[in-house]
Design a protein around this ligand. Sequence first.
Ligand SMILES: [Zn+2]
Length: 334
Amino acid sequence: MKPVNVYITIDAEFNINDSLENPEQRSPIGFPSMARIDNGRSHGLGFILDTLNAAGLPGTFFVEVFSAHYFGIDEVKKMVRQIESAGDHDVQLHAHPCWRYFLDPEWRQTIKSIQKNDSWAGRGESALDLLKEAVELFEAITGRAPKVFRSGNLHVDADVHRALSAAGVPVSSSVGLGLHVPASPALRRWMRPILSHGVLELPVTAYSEPNLFGGERVKCLTVIGTSWPVMKSLLEWAYQEQSAPVVLLTHASEFSAERPGLPNEPKYQANTKNQRRFQLLCQYLQTERHRFCVKRFSDISPGAYPHGIVEKTHYTAPRLAGISRAIGNLWSRF
Ligand SMILES: [Zn+2]
């Protein structure tokens, strides 16, 4: 059997900090919300890079660029510099349209009367102008063009893929059934890549988790939402199936909680459970590298994966996984 390709992806973004909902009291938080320092140690970006490097694995960091409208590009460059100086990691394009509201100097007033829209989907042909703006910012920040795009909130439609194709961005990872179900049935993929309007769409891995009542919940493969035994069992399933690459999604915020403090200057506290989970995953992928090949997204060529194939199966977590998670949640609330 062939090794299964695995992509560890990190959405690298600043904290909008509820500022659009509470414009009088709150303001966005820049690089400190990625670094997440407590006691001189990073429990965010630094932790992720250290863990990947300790296992010799590359990560793909989707860097959010529209936050530059609020902070300026130098603040975004700080995280790009740290990622690029840490090793052979990949920096690609991520964008949340909601950050564009800060283009208005009077945003604290005007935002109160605006119907906010943070979705890439449903924008029709105007998706291309939005994408061109994002690509220009990415080029100003990194000095090169993006090869891969991840939409904010994993909202995507055919117009976004058409825009990517027109802008010369050949790969996207903007589908994730556990977070959002695309309106188009053609884009509803658990794992399998699809060619959409000339763009290779490689979804964030989704799976189902049976619940206590005979139903199921669709989830994305994340550090915060997927226990280590389920991650491992999913990887083993993917290897046995030999059907599609595995794409994990995580964020710096998953590795530390915000402690109560001033609303615009939170303090951070390590989330040791999630940190351990990510360390176990990386150690496993290092040990099992003859079966799992961790790659950078920019290494993908658009013809790398067969993409016209109907998706017949998906991974289902063991029934006990959902039950133990429900009990764990109840226990922590108690
Ligand atoms: Zn995001």
